[in-house]
Design a protein around this ligand. Structure first.
Ligand code: IPM
Ligand code: MG
Length: 370
Protein backbone atom coordinates (compact mmCIF):
# COMPACT_ATOMS: atom_id res chain seq x y z
CA UNK A 1 0.00 0.00 0.00
CA UNK A 2 1.43 3.41 -0.80
CA UNK A 3 1.73 6.12 1.86
CA UNK A 4 -1.24 8.16 0.67
CA UNK A 5 -3.54 5.16 0.58
CA UNK A 6 -2.41 4.19 4.09
CA UNK A 7 -3.12 7.70 5.36
CA UNK A 8 -6.56 7.68 3.73
CA UNK A 9 -7.36 4.37 5.39
CA UNK A 10 -6.36 5.84 8.76
CA UNK A 11 -8.49 8.91 8.09
CA UNK A 12 -11.47 6.75 7.22
CA UNK A 13 -11.26 5.00 10.59
CA UNK A 14 -11.05 8.34 12.38
CA UNK A 15 -14.10 9.71 10.60
CA UNK A 16 -16.11 6.61 11.45
CA UNK A 17 -15.09 6.82 15.10
CA UNK A 18 -16.08 10.47 15.25
CA UNK A 19 -19.51 9.69 13.82
CA UNK A 20 -19.87 7.02 16.48
CA UNK A 21 -18.85 9.52 19.17
CA UNK A 22 -21.58 11.92 18.08
CA UNK A 23 -24.13 9.12 18.06
CA UNK A 24 -23.28 8.35 21.70
CA UNK A 25 -23.36 11.88 23.08
CA UNK A 26 -25.30 11.69 26.32
CA UNK A 27 -27.57 14.55 27.28
CA UNK A 28 -29.15 13.38 30.53
CA UNK A 29 -27.95 15.56 33.43
CA UNK A 30 -27.24 14.38 36.97
CA UNK A 31 -29.13 16.29 39.65
CA UNK A 32 -26.96 16.82 42.72
CA UNK A 33 -29.62 18.71 44.64
CA UNK A 34 -31.51 15.44 45.19
CA UNK A 35 -28.71 12.85 45.18
CA UNK A 36 -28.31 11.19 48.61
CA UNK A 37 -24.60 10.36 48.50
CA UNK A 38 -22.05 12.23 46.47
CA UNK A 39 -18.60 10.75 45.91
CA UNK A 40 -15.71 13.14 45.39
CA UNK A 41 -12.61 11.50 43.93
CA UNK A 42 -9.26 13.10 44.67
CA UNK A 43 -6.54 12.43 42.11
CA UNK A 44 -3.05 13.71 42.90
CA UNK A 45 -1.33 13.85 39.50
CA UNK A 46 2.39 14.56 38.98
CA UNK A 47 5.01 17.14 39.85
CA UNK A 48 3.52 19.73 42.20
CA UNK A 49 0.12 17.95 41.85
CA UNK A 50 0.25 15.89 45.05
CA UNK A 51 1.46 18.93 47.04
CA UNK A 52 -1.27 21.35 46.02
CA UNK A 53 -4.00 18.70 45.87
CA UNK A 54 -3.27 17.64 49.45
CA UNK A 55 -3.78 21.24 50.56
CA UNK A 56 -7.04 21.62 48.65
CA UNK A 57 -8.27 18.32 50.16
CA UNK A 58 -7.62 19.63 53.66
CA UNK A 59 -9.82 22.62 52.90
CA UNK A 60 -12.57 20.48 51.37
CA UNK A 61 -12.53 18.10 54.32
CA UNK A 62 -12.89 20.99 56.72
CA UNK A 63 -15.86 22.67 55.04
CA UNK A 64 -17.58 19.32 54.41
CA UNK A 65 -16.79 17.81 57.83
CA UNK A 66 -20.44 17.32 58.88
CA UNK A 67 -21.51 15.75 55.62
CA UNK A 68 -18.47 13.50 55.54
CA UNK A 69 -19.33 12.41 59.08
CA UNK A 70 -22.95 11.57 58.20
CA UNK A 71 -21.94 9.79 54.99
CA UNK A 72 -23.73 12.07 52.52
CA UNK A 73 -20.36 13.01 51.06
CA UNK A 74 -17.66 10.43 50.48
CA UNK A 75 -14.12 11.49 49.67
CA UNK A 76 -12.16 8.84 47.82
CA UNK A 77 -8.42 9.07 47.17
CA UNK A 78 -7.57 7.61 43.76
CA UNK A 79 -3.99 6.42 43.22
CA UNK A 80 -2.11 5.63 40.07
CA UNK A 81 -2.56 8.63 37.78
CA UNK A 82 1.18 9.27 37.79
CA UNK A 83 3.44 9.63 34.79
CA UNK A 84 5.47 6.61 35.98
CA UNK A 85 2.42 4.34 36.18
CA UNK A 86 0.95 5.69 32.95
CA UNK A 87 4.22 5.05 31.08
CA UNK A 88 4.51 1.56 32.61
CA UNK A 89 0.95 0.69 31.53
CA UNK A 90 1.36 2.44 28.18
CA UNK A 91 -1.96 4.20 28.77
CA UNK A 92 -2.86 7.84 29.30
CA UNK A 93 -5.21 6.66 32.05
CA UNK A 94 -4.65 3.04 33.14
CA UNK A 95 -7.84 0.96 32.99
CA UNK A 96 -8.10 0.33 36.74
CA UNK A 97 -7.64 4.05 37.47
CA UNK A 98 -10.33 4.98 34.97
CA UNK A 99 -12.69 2.41 36.50
CA UNK A 100 -12.12 3.95 39.95
CA UNK A 101 -12.67 7.44 38.56
CA UNK A 102 -15.98 6.36 37.07
CA UNK A 103 -17.25 5.31 40.50
CA UNK A 104 -17.09 8.98 41.56
CA UNK A 105 -19.48 11.81 40.74
CA UNK A 106 -16.95 14.60 40.67
CA UNK A 107 -13.18 14.80 40.82
CA UNK A 108 -10.59 17.12 42.20
CA UNK A 109 -7.54 16.50 40.06
CA UNK A 110 -3.96 17.69 40.35
CA UNK A 111 -2.01 18.54 37.18
CA UNK A 112 -0.61 15.61 35.22
CA UNK A 113 2.55 15.60 33.12
CA UNK A 114 2.14 15.09 29.37
CA UNK A 115 5.06 13.45 27.55
CA UNK A 116 6.23 15.42 24.48
CA UNK A 117 6.04 13.61 21.14
CA UNK A 118 5.33 9.90 20.94
CA UNK A 119 1.71 8.81 20.85
CA UNK A 120 0.84 8.92 24.57
CA UNK A 121 -2.12 11.25 24.92
CA UNK A 122 -2.38 13.79 27.72
CA UNK A 123 -4.24 12.30 30.72
CA UNK A 124 -6.34 15.45 30.77
CA UNK A 125 -7.43 15.11 27.21
CA UNK A 126 -8.23 11.42 27.75
CA UNK A 127 -10.22 12.16 30.90
CA UNK A 128 -12.18 14.95 29.25
CA UNK A 129 -13.03 12.61 26.42
CA UNK A 130 -13.74 9.46 28.50
CA UNK A 131 -16.02 11.34 30.89
CA UNK A 132 -17.36 13.59 28.11
CA UNK A 133 -16.48 16.77 30.02
CA UNK A 134 -17.44 19.12 27.24
CA UNK A 135 -17.50 22.46 29.02
CA UNK A 136 -14.29 23.93 30.33
CA UNK A 137 -15.37 26.78 32.54
CA UNK A 138 -12.71 29.26 33.64
CA UNK A 139 -13.52 32.40 35.60
CA UNK A 140 -11.17 35.37 35.81
CA UNK A 141 -12.08 38.23 38.05
CA UNK A 142 -10.20 41.37 39.06
CA UNK A 143 -12.77 43.56 40.82
CA UNK A 144 -10.45 46.57 41.19
CA UNK A 145 -9.94 46.64 37.43
CA UNK A 146 -13.60 46.07 36.68
CA UNK A 147 -12.84 42.71 35.09
CA UNK A 148 -15.26 39.83 35.49
CA UNK A 149 -14.80 37.30 32.69
CA UNK A 150 -16.17 33.80 32.34
CA UNK A 151 -14.65 31.64 29.65
CA UNK A 152 -16.62 28.74 28.18
CA UNK A 153 -14.14 26.65 26.25
CA UNK A 154 -15.32 23.66 24.23
CA UNK A 155 -13.36 20.83 25.81
CA UNK A 156 -13.79 17.63 23.81
CA UNK A 157 -13.42 18.56 20.15
CA UNK A 158 -11.41 20.86 17.90
CA UNK A 159 -7.69 20.22 17.61
CA UNK A 160 -7.67 18.05 20.74
CA UNK A 161 -9.92 15.15 19.88
CA UNK A 162 -7.54 13.67 17.31
CA UNK A 163 -4.43 15.52 18.41
CA UNK A 164 -2.53 12.29 19.07
CA UNK A 165 -3.83 10.62 15.94
CA UNK A 166 -2.51 12.71 13.09
CA UNK A 167 -0.81 11.07 10.11
CA UNK A 168 2.76 11.32 8.88
CA UNK A 169 3.87 10.88 5.33
CA UNK A 170 7.45 11.26 4.15
CA UNK A 171 8.30 14.96 4.59
CA UNK A 172 4.84 15.91 5.87
CA UNK A 173 2.65 15.70 8.97
CA UNK A 174 -1.10 16.30 9.13
CA UNK A 175 -3.31 16.76 12.19
CA UNK A 176 -7.08 16.99 12.21
CA UNK A 177 -9.54 19.42 13.76
CA UNK A 178 -13.11 18.29 14.36
CA UNK A 179 -16.18 20.44 15.07
CA UNK A 180 -19.62 18.86 15.33
CA UNK A 181 -23.10 20.33 15.46
CA UNK A 182 -24.03 18.59 18.70
CA UNK A 183 -20.67 19.31 20.32
CA UNK A 184 -20.95 23.01 19.50
CA UNK A 185 -24.60 23.31 20.41
CA UNK A 186 -24.11 21.91 23.91
CA UNK A 187 -21.19 24.20 24.79
CA UNK A 188 -23.03 27.19 23.33
CA UNK A 189 -26.11 26.27 25.33
CA UNK A 190 -24.03 25.99 28.52
CA UNK A 191 -22.48 29.43 27.95
CA UNK A 192 -25.77 31.17 27.15
CA UNK A 193 -27.51 29.50 30.08
CA UNK A 194 -24.73 30.65 32.40
CA UNK A 195 -25.12 34.16 31.00
CA UNK A 196 -28.87 34.16 31.49
CA UNK A 197 -28.79 32.71 34.98
CA UNK A 198 -26.15 35.17 36.11
CA UNK A 199 -27.61 38.30 34.57
CA UNK A 200 -24.83 38.67 31.99
CA UNK A 201 -25.73 40.64 28.89
CA UNK A 202 -22.65 40.31 26.68
CA UNK A 203 -21.21 37.19 25.09
CA UNK A 204 -18.27 37.03 22.68
CA UNK A 205 -17.88 34.16 20.23
CA UNK A 206 -14.17 33.85 19.48
CA UNK A 207 -12.80 31.86 16.54
CA UNK A 208 -10.56 32.18 13.52
CA UNK A 209 -13.39 31.54 11.09
CA UNK A 210 -11.72 33.66 8.41
CA UNK A 211 -9.05 30.96 8.13
CA UNK A 212 -10.53 27.74 9.59
CA UNK A 213 -13.58 28.08 7.43
CA UNK A 214 -15.30 24.73 7.90
CA UNK A 215 -14.76 24.06 11.60
CA UNK A 216 -14.75 27.57 13.05
CA UNK A 217 -17.35 28.58 10.47
CA UNK A 218 -19.67 25.90 11.87
CA UNK A 219 -18.86 26.88 15.44
CA UNK A 220 -19.80 30.52 14.81
CA UNK A 221 -22.95 29.66 12.89
CA UNK A 222 -24.26 27.32 15.58
CA UNK A 223 -23.48 29.76 18.39
CA UNK A 224 -25.57 32.36 16.57
CA UNK A 225 -28.37 29.85 16.11
CA UNK A 226 -28.42 29.20 19.85
CA UNK A 227 -28.20 32.96 20.50
CA UNK A 228 -31.63 33.41 18.89
CA UNK A 229 -33.13 31.92 22.05
CA UNK A 230 -31.38 34.51 24.24
CA UNK A 231 -32.46 37.86 22.81
CA UNK A 232 -31.44 39.71 26.00
CA UNK A 233 -27.78 38.84 25.38
CA UNK A 234 -25.67 40.88 22.96
CA UNK A 235 -23.44 38.60 20.91
CA UNK A 236 -20.26 39.79 19.22
CA UNK A 237 -17.82 37.83 17.07
CA UNK A 238 -14.09 38.30 17.46
CA UNK A 239 -11.13 36.57 15.90
CA UNK A 240 -8.82 35.01 18.42
CA UNK A 241 -5.79 37.10 17.47
CA UNK A 242 -7.46 40.45 18.11
CA UNK A 243 -9.17 39.02 21.19
CA UNK A 244 -5.78 38.28 22.78
CA UNK A 245 -4.95 41.96 22.23
CA UNK A 246 -8.34 43.13 23.46
CA UNK A 247 -7.88 41.40 26.81
CA UNK A 248 -5.01 43.84 27.40
CA UNK A 249 -6.84 46.88 26.08
CA UNK A 250 -8.34 49.25 28.62
CA UNK A 251 -11.15 50.16 29.02
CA UNK A 252 -12.49 48.00 26.16
CA UNK A 253 -11.84 44.74 28.02
CA UNK A 254 -14.24 45.68 30.79
CA UNK A 255 -17.19 45.00 28.52
CA UNK A 256 -16.37 41.32 28.04
CA UNK A 257 -18.49 39.06 30.22
CA UNK A 258 -18.90 35.58 28.79
CA UNK A 259 -16.41 34.36 26.19
CA UNK A 260 -17.29 31.26 24.18
CA UNK A 261 -14.58 29.51 22.19
CA UNK A 262 -13.41 26.29 20.56
CA UNK A 263 -10.89 24.16 22.37
CA UNK A 264 -7.40 25.34 21.41
CA UNK A 265 -8.17 29.07 21.40
CA UNK A 266 -9.81 28.60 24.78
CA UNK A 267 -6.71 26.86 26.09
CA UNK A 268 -4.44 29.69 25.02
CA UNK A 269 -6.54 32.69 25.94
CA UNK A 270 -7.37 31.40 29.41
CA UNK A 271 -3.68 31.29 30.30
CA UNK A 272 -3.43 34.90 29.15
CA UNK A 273 -6.50 35.85 31.16
CA UNK A 274 -5.18 34.04 34.24
CA UNK A 275 -1.89 35.89 33.89
CA UNK A 276 -3.76 39.21 33.84
CA UNK A 277 -5.44 38.08 37.07
CA UNK A 278 -2.09 37.45 38.76
CA UNK A 279 -0.67 34.29 37.25
CA UNK A 280 -1.78 30.82 36.23
CA UNK A 281 -1.30 29.76 39.86
CA UNK A 282 -4.32 31.86 40.77
CA UNK A 283 -6.85 30.27 38.43
CA UNK A 284 -9.16 27.31 38.89
CA UNK A 285 -10.88 25.41 36.14
CA UNK A 286 -14.02 23.29 35.88
CA UNK A 287 -14.49 20.54 33.30
CA UNK A 288 -18.17 19.78 33.20
CA UNK A 289 -20.18 17.09 31.49
CA UNK A 290 -23.72 15.84 31.97
CA UNK A 291 -22.65 12.87 34.09
CA UNK A 292 -19.23 13.71 35.53
CA UNK A 293 -17.28 16.83 36.34
CA UNK A 294 -13.62 17.40 37.11
CA UNK A 295 -12.06 20.40 38.82
CA UNK A 296 -8.42 21.37 38.52
CA UNK A 297 -5.87 24.16 38.32
CA UNK A 298 -5.42 25.69 34.89
CA UNK A 299 -1.65 25.21 34.98
CA UNK A 300 0.56 22.16 34.49
CA UNK A 301 2.59 20.01 36.89
CA UNK A 302 5.60 22.39 37.00
CA UNK A 303 8.31 19.68 36.77
CA UNK A 304 11.02 22.37 36.90
CA UNK A 305 9.90 23.42 40.36
CA UNK A 306 10.26 19.82 41.53
CA UNK A 307 13.70 19.52 39.87
CA UNK A 308 14.81 22.64 41.71
CA UNK A 309 13.54 21.13 44.97
CA UNK A 310 10.98 23.93 45.35
CA UNK A 311 7.78 21.86 45.21
CA UNK A 312 6.75 22.84 48.72
CA UNK A 313 6.45 26.44 47.48
CA UNK A 314 3.87 25.68 44.80
CA UNK A 315 0.82 27.93 45.11
CA UNK A 316 -2.24 25.86 46.09
CA UNK A 317 -4.68 28.75 45.46
CA UNK A 318 -5.62 27.45 42.00
CA UNK A 319 -6.61 24.04 43.43
CA UNK A 320 -8.42 25.58 46.37
CA UNK A 321 -10.37 27.75 43.91
CA UNK A 322 -11.13 24.60 41.94
CA UNK A 323 -12.56 22.99 45.09
CA UNK A 324 -14.88 25.94 45.55
CA UNK A 325 -16.08 25.46 41.97
CA UNK A 326 -16.59 21.78 42.73
CA UNK A 327 -18.76 22.65 45.73
CA UNK A 328 -20.92 24.99 43.67
CA UNK A 329 -21.35 22.26 41.09
CA UNK A 330 -22.63 19.77 43.68
CA UNK A 331 -25.08 22.35 45.05
CA UNK A 332 -23.09 23.36 48.14
CA UNK A 333 -22.93 27.13 47.50
CA UNK A 334 -22.53 28.07 51.18
CA UNK A 335 -19.43 25.90 51.58
CA UNK A 336 -18.07 27.28 48.29
CA UNK A 337 -18.58 30.81 49.49
CA UNK A 338 -16.70 30.17 52.71
CA UNK A 339 -13.69 29.11 50.67
CA UNK A 340 -13.98 31.98 48.19
CA UNK A 341 -14.17 34.52 51.01
CA UNK A 342 -11.14 33.00 52.72
CA UNK A 343 -9.21 33.07 49.43
CA UNK A 344 -10.02 36.76 49.01
CA UNK A 345 -9.09 37.53 52.59
CA UNK A 346 -5.87 35.50 52.78
CA UNK A 347 -2.92 37.85 52.43
CA UNK A 348 -0.17 35.25 52.85
CA UNK A 349 2.04 35.12 49.76
CA UNK A 350 3.44 31.99 48.12
CA UNK A 351 6.33 32.44 45.70
CA UNK A 352 7.86 29.76 43.50
CA UNK A 353 11.39 30.98 44.32
CA UNK A 354 10.86 29.98 47.95
CA UNK A 355 11.11 33.51 49.33
CA UNK A 356 7.64 33.44 50.93
CA UNK A 357 5.24 30.93 52.53
CA UNK A 358 4.95 27.25 51.58
CA UNK A 359 1.77 25.72 50.21
CA UNK A 360 1.01 24.24 53.62
CA UNK A 361 1.64 27.52 55.47
CA UNK A 362 -0.60 29.40 53.06
CA UNK A 363 -3.34 26.81 53.58
CA UNK A 364 -2.98 26.93 57.38
CA UNK A 365 -3.59 30.68 57.20
CA UNK A 366 -6.50 30.27 54.83
CA UNK A 367 -8.12 27.60 57.01
CA UNK A 368 -8.00 29.95 59.97
CA UNK A 369 -10.14 32.34 57.93
CA UNK A 370 -12.81 29.79 57.04
C1 IPM B 1 -5.26 23.13 30.20
C2 IPM B 1 -3.95 22.45 29.92
C3 IPM B 1 -4.23 21.18 29.14
C4 IPM B 1 -4.83 21.58 27.82
C5 IPM B 1 -3.04 20.26 28.94
C6 IPM B 1 -2.42 19.86 30.23
C7 IPM B 1 -3.40 19.06 28.12
O1 IPM B 1 -3.11 23.30 29.23
O2 IPM B 1 -6.09 22.51 30.87
O3 IPM B 1 -5.44 24.26 29.80
O4 IPM B 1 -4.12 21.84 26.86
O5 IPM B 1 -6.04 21.63 27.77
MG1 MG C 1 -3.82 25.29 29.05
Amino acid sequence: MNEVTKACEAFKVLLEQQLERIANMNTEKKDFSTQKTITIGVVDGDGIGPIITAQASRVLEKVLADEIADGSIVIKQIEGLTIENRMACGKAIPDDVLAEIKTCDVLLKGPTTTPHGGTMESANVTMRRELDLYANVRPVSIPEKNIDWMFYRENTEGEYVLGSRGVELPGMAVDFKVTTDLGTRRIARAAFEYARQNGKTHLSVVTKANIMKKTDGKFTAICHEVAQEYPEITVEDYYIDIMTANLLKEPLREKFQVVLLPNLYGDIITDEAAQIQGGVGTAGSANIGDQYAMFEAIHGSAPRMIERGMGAYANPASMIKASAMLLRHICRPAAAERIEKALDACTVEVKSDGSAATAAEYTDALMNLL
